[in-house]
Design a protein around this ligand. Structure first.
Ligand code: 7GX
Length: 315
């Protein structure tokens, strides 16, 4: 019989460029190409394309990230990201569709499911007037489920932030951007990062800032920051980086920001309760921000607490 046609290979000649999209995590390019500090979300360059083998515009829309570089290390990192994505099958994680190898030029592209509403940041800001607490709690519970799934595969995301949550519909969000995802070795319950590179320290747990130690519990800390972003409607005025820098003071010279941040967290300062945050939600954030990672809840606990809050909202 025919070998199963590899569904994950997209032919470049049928991949029709439509427009630029949000931006994919620059970190997935491991900063080798160029620094792009973009508006919201630090995505690199993602394009909206239509895969249209029949040439009649009936093909599906896809999100494509080009990796233009023949640097061996980049190709390895790209392959690592593809291998990470290939095994992920969950309703709350952006679906991997495949790769496209452009003949001749040593360029490869990653083909992902296209989510029409973009990142949570743009979506919440734009729709803040008609998004109620229940919908925000629904999004939070979906992120919890996606993270529970990732953890069941011993993955640590390491870049959980509202900019990396994509909106599939008015009632569905998905976790995206697996450029920093690592698998925890079986004999340990954390991953220690070696390569430097740019870090989203304002979403990092204390042990990640000071010891580069990442675990399921450090992702829980970041989830607490995502909750803060959601219940601040991702308003740029209450962006975690801005709130921390206001507290640290902008004129800190010499010692690195991460030292000041680590001391602030050690001294038990935490992001303040967002203005119209429901009274039960802020304690949830504080649970995620326990300095001792053993005291932080698991995503399954968080998911249950959030489901209960959704029920209470319904009554
Ligand atoms: C292919 C890069 C990638 C790599 C990875 O590892 C995980 C996810 C993605 C990714 C990144 C962005 C998107 C998008 C989008 O940006 N959609 C949109 C829609 C509307 C607007 C306004 N902006 C934006 N859709 N699917 C996407 C998948």
């Amino acid at each position: 019989s025919h070998p199963q046609h590899d569904q994950t290979l997209f032919e470049e000649r049928y991949l029709r460029y439509i427009s630029p999209l949000g931006k994919v995590s620059v970190k997935t390019y491991y900063l080798c190409l160029f620094f792009i500090r973009l508006s919201h979300g630090n995505f690199g360059s993602v394009e909206l394309c239509r895969y249209d083998p029949l040439g009649d515009n009936t093909g599906e829309l896809v999100a494509v990230k080009k990796l233009q570089s023949n640097k061996q290390s980049n190709l390895e990192d790209f392959q690592k990201e593809v291998n990470t994505l290939h095994v992920l099958h969950c309703d709350y994680i952006v679906k991997y569709k495949g790769v496209c190898y452009s003949m001749g030029r040593l360029s490869m592209s990653l083909v992902m499911e296209y989510l029409p509403y973009g990142s949570l940041i743009g979506y919440l800001e734009k729709n803040k007037d008609n998004i109620n607490t229940r919908r925000m709690l629904l999004f939070a519970s979906q992120i919890c489920k996606g993270m529970e799934y990732l953890q069941s595969l011993r993955y640590v995301h390491r870049d959980l932030a509202a900019r990396n949550i994509l909106v599939a519909s008015e009632t569905l969000v998905k976790i995206a951007d697996f450029g920093l995802t690592k698998v925890i070795p079986h004999n340990k319950d954390y991953y220690r990062v070696t390569q430097p590179g740019e870090s989203p320290i304002f979403w990092y747990a204390p042990e990640s800032i000071t010891e580069s130690r990442f675990s399921q519990k450090s992702d829980v800390w970041s989830f607490g920051v995502v909750l803060h972003e959601i219940f601040s409607y991702c308003d740029i005025k209450y962006n975690p980086k801005r709130l921390y820098m206001q507290e640290i003071g902008h004129n800190v010279l010499g010692t690195s920001i991460s030292v000041h941040l680590a001391n602030l967290l050690k001294g038990n300062w935490r992001l303040p309760q967002p203005s119209n945050c429901p009274p039960k939600v802020y304690p949830l954030m504080r649970q995620c921000w326990a300095h001792d990672f053993d005291e932080r809840p698991y995503f399954s606990d968080l998911g249950n607490q959030i489901e209960t809050m959704i029920q209470d909202e319904r009554e």
